[in-house]
Design a protein around this ligand. Sequence first.
Ligand code: FES
Length: 301
Amino acid sequence: MLSWRINRTLDSLIGRVERSTALDPVADRLATLVSKPLYASTGLRNTLSGTAAGHPLHPVLVVVPLGSWIGASYLDLAGGKQGQAAATKLVGLGIAAAIPAALTGVNDWVDTTLAERRVGLVHALGNQLALGLYAGSWFARRRQRQGVGAALAAAGAVTLGVTGWLGGHLSYARGVGVDTTAFDHANEEWVDVLREDELADDQPTLVYNGKLPVLLVRTGGQLYAIADRCTHRGGPLHEGELADGCITCPWHFSKFRVSDGQVLAGPATRNQRAYEVRTRYGSIQLRHTDEPGSLRTNPVS
Ligand code: FES
């Protein structure tokens, strides 16, 4: 019953944050400030996004500070005097590990908008508060004030519980970091999408496979088709720039190879679905037969 009440309280808090347009001026200004150095370096962007790993890095990196700080609190409670030195080290390790975790989080956050950006801002500010509490805890422990150090760590843990809830909401309820095409189910049969003579060379063109938007292009005399909705945040790839056999997303500039959908530059971490293409009687047809997942647009069907 208590957990249900906590759940409802946090849900109502999140709803208020999501609708709080008063946060927008601060959030937008911060995002503009931070995005400048991020957008200036493709290498930095790829690294912080987890493009090479094929998975967002932020959820992976947060495990280290969280685990360290939880371990420290456990030692505070059950480690006695013998556990004090180890608890101090764990708090310090958590502080060091929080820095790359925060950087990856900020990198993900700059590409959000509206409700996600507001919740992300509060999530980040709460995490800064927690980091400050753990820094205070570390200094107190170094001065042999173990009781104060343990109390500050406990306050940090409570703060992290709330910010962790917000982070989970961003991923599980708002889909930040989720492949936006994860639930798409492509047609496995050949589908007519366009007359051959309606497609101009080197002109990214939007067609549909059932209800799914597909980017169709003829370049170098070859026809290619990949999912049009960017796996990052859903940008329309047919509005992007085509160069050297690659399409650049117009929203945050991820780059994908049109021949196979391979992501070549982040912030996207997932490849675009590539379709088989053929021509029959002057008509361009496409299909996609390699569907590995079971969870699709209508998961119960
Ligand atoms: S939507 Fe972000 S890079 Fe395409």
